[in-house]
Ligand binder design. Structure first.
Ligand SMILES: CC(C)(COP(=O)(O)OP(=O)(O)OC[C@H]1O[C@@H](n2cnc3c(N)ncnc32)[C@H](O)[C@@H]1OP(=O)(O)O)[C@@H](O)C(=O)NCCC(=O)NCCS
Length: 161
């Protein structure tokens, strides 16, 4: 499986916007995002976000931004045929590196309770429950823990699902 991960800069976003919108609407089951959500300028967005490409073909993306104490993953998606190859984990580790470089302790995100696959994915990686708001779980993990992740570490994590 050949892919590269590149910074998702404003020009890369514009170049791949149609494919990102299509992938997002077909596989991300949370609140719908318009084109404007992807283009909006937010703190840290163009430093922390990444795109996954196989040649010119979009295979995944992560939109992440700065919060006071964390790098927050607003959106993450991998094309179905590229899932289970560790790509999302590589993206999360990049978010953890961005957190460390910006002196933030955590990586945070929200996931819908209905998104069982994603909930399991985060749970296996040691994300902890911060709060439940409506049908969403707000999760956090220390950047250091995410960067040190391996199978042995995962077995020690406490569940919340
Ligand atoms: C959730 C999502 C981002 C995970 O992406 P992914 O690239 O498949 O994630 P990974 O490959 O890193 O891990 C997925 C599984 O593959 C397994 N895996 C990873 N590398 C592997 C490898 N080399 N060989 C075999 N299995 C592997 C992992 O153990 C993991 O299983 P687990 O979650 O039960 O531990 C992806 O399913 C997705 O895009 N879903 C739709 C959008 C979505 O729901 N986004 C999240 C919204 S918050």
């Amino acid at each position: 499986m050949i892919y590269i991960i590149e910074p998702l800069t404003p020009s890369v976003m514009r170049e791949h916007l149609a494919a990102i919108l299509e992938m997002d609407s077909s596989i991300v089951a949370t609140e719908h995002w318009e084109q404007s959500h992807f283009l909006v300028d937010l703190p840290g967005k163009w430093e922390c976000s990444r795109v996954v490409l196989n040649g010119e073909k979009l295979t995944g993306f992560m939109i992440a931004t700065y919060k006071p104490e964390s790098v927050h993953v607003n959106r993450i998606a991998i094309a179905p045929q590229y899932q289970s190859a560790g790509i999302a984990m590589r993206l999360l580790k990049m978010a953890a590196l961005s957190a460390q470089h910006s002196h933030k302790q955590f990586v945070t995100l929200k996931v819908s309770l209905q998104n069982k696959k994603a909930v399991g994915f985060y749970q296996h990686r040691g994300f902890q429950l911060k709060e439940i708001s409506g049908s969403n779980l707000a999760l956090y993990i220390e950047a250091e823990v995410l960067l040190a992740d391996n199978k042995a570490d995962r077995q020690k994590q406490v569940g919340y699902a």
